[in-house]
Each structure stands twice: as structure tokens, then as C-alpha cells.
Ligand binder design. Structure first.
Ligand SMILES: [Zn+2]
Length: 236
């Protein structure tokens, strides 16, 4: 019983890192589909010509992808700055008060279940091997996987948005103009439902709830932009 519980936690921890990335990618693609399709539906509801729809959708796709990437880069970079400042402070504390830091590290290992004596031995050996590395990992909780990577995050976020947004854009290129806003709505909703189901499945949450939620908000977003398009419809 005990052994399998340990293994489950171990597997879950590994699974959780993978699913975090997957969930971020799915949510990015969701944004891409929803905002690009909404723009396309709004313009398709306002004009009888294909060019303005294609142009607006493409502009929305590019602007959305770049702003997602820029936003992610800025937010993850500031996280990197915080991490770097923390690591620098830790380095100074290790120089100024090594004894106190050793006690702190041993306390952390006691909290994790080691006996006082074992904890102190482990702390001493870890400190002798790589003091800063041990504190950064076990005290600050910064490790290779969680460390912020701004460029990677920006590319992943912009890429996910583009992967999602390109679907409605392709629809504006190929489907007949007549009733295009309805075809855009139906195809975008199907894409959103599929992604909603994947995100729920990877996150271990209820698939139907996720699908209903994304369909509801997708309908609201595209419905309101279509309404705006009808109200401000122009014959260009
Ligand atoms: Zn420390």
C-alpha cells in the first residue's frame, strides 16, 4: 500500500508538469480561436465582400498572437527578475550567515520527514556539495522545470494562439460568403468544444462541464460581435 502511494505521487508529479504545458497551450489556442473567429463573424455580418473579412481576420490573428507573446514575455521576464534577485539574496545570506542557513536547510528536511540528526547530516553534505544549489532548490523552490523561461513561454503562447486562430482564418478563405458568419460560428464552436474536452481530460476535470462552459462563452463572444457587425453593417 505505502509503496504504491509513493509511486502514484511520483507519477502524478511528472504528469502535472506535462499537463501544465498542455493546458497552457490549449488555453492559448482557445484564445486564438475565440478572438479570431469573433472578429471574422463580426466583419462577415457587416459586409458582403470576402476581402475585408480576410483582412480583418488576418490582422486580428497577427495582432493577437503578438500581444499574447509580448504579454507572456513581459510577465515571465518579471518572474525571472524576481527569481534572480532571490538567488542573489540567498548567495549573500550564505556568505554572511552560513551557520543559520545550514540550520534553515536542516529544518526544511525535518519538515519533509527526516529525523533531526539525519536532516542535519544531509544538510551538511548538500552544503558541502553545492550550498547555493541546495538552498535555491529546497528553500526557494526554484528548479530546472519551474524556472521561468521568457522566450520559451512567449513562443509557446504566441504559437498556441496562432495555431488556434489559423482555423477560423482558413474558414474565411474557403467557405461561401453566403451565411459565412454561421459557418464560422459552427466551426469555431466545434474547435472550441474539442479543445475544451482535451483540456478537461488532461486536467482530470469534468469534460461535459468544460464543453458547456466554452460553448456558452464562445456563443456570447461571437454572438455579440455578430450583433455589432449587423448594427454597424456597411456596404464597402
Ligand atoms: Zn537559505
Amino acid at each position: 500500500m505505502e509503496e504504491s502511494a509513493g509511486l502514484d505521487t511520483y507519477l502524478e508529479n511528472h504528469y502535472i508538469h506535462r499537463s501544465n504545458w498542455l493546458r497552457a497551450a490549449v488555453l492559448g489556442a482557445n484564445d486564438g480561436i475565440l478572438s479570431t473567429a469573433s472578429i471574422a463573424v463580426g466583419v462577415a455580418a457587416a459586409t458582403e465582400l470576402r476581402e475585408p473579412i480576410i483582412l480583418a481576420t488576418l490582422a486580428g490573428l497577427v495582432a493577437g498572437a503578438l500581444s499574447m507573446a509580448a504579454g507572456e514575455y513581459v510577465s515571465v521576464s518579471s518572474q525571472t527578475d524576481v527569481e534572480k534577485a532571490d538567488i542573489e539574496r540567498e548567495r549573500q545570506e550564505l556568505e554572511e550567515m552560513p551557520e543559520l542557513e545550514l540550520q534553515r536547510l536542516a529544518e526544511i528536511y525535518v519538515e519533509r520527514g527526516l529525523k533531526q540528526e539525519t536532516a542535519l547530516t544531509v544538510a551538511k553534505e548538500m552544503t558541502a556539495h553545492d550550498a547555493l544549489g541546495a538552498h535555491v532548490r529546497d528553500e526557494l523552490g526554484i528548479n530546472e522545470i519551474s524556472q521561468a523561461k521568457p522566450i520559451q513561454a512567449a513562443l509557446a503562447s504566441g504559437g498556441a494562439f496562432t495555431a488556434g486562430g489559423i482555423l477560423p482564418f482558413l474558414v474565411t478563405l474557403f467557405v461561401p460568403l453566403d451565411g459565412m458568419e454561421y459557418i464560422l460560428y459552427i466551426t469555431a464552436t466545434l474547435f472550441l468544444m474539442l479543445l475544451g474536452a482535451i483540456a478537461a481530460k488532461t486536467g482530470g476535470s469534468n469534460i461535459w462541464k468544460a464543453v458547456i462552459r466554452i460553448t456558452f462563452w464562445g456563443t456570447i463572444a461571437m454572438g455579440l460581435t455578430a450583433l455589432a457587425g449587423y448594427i454597424f453593417g456597411i456596404n464597402v
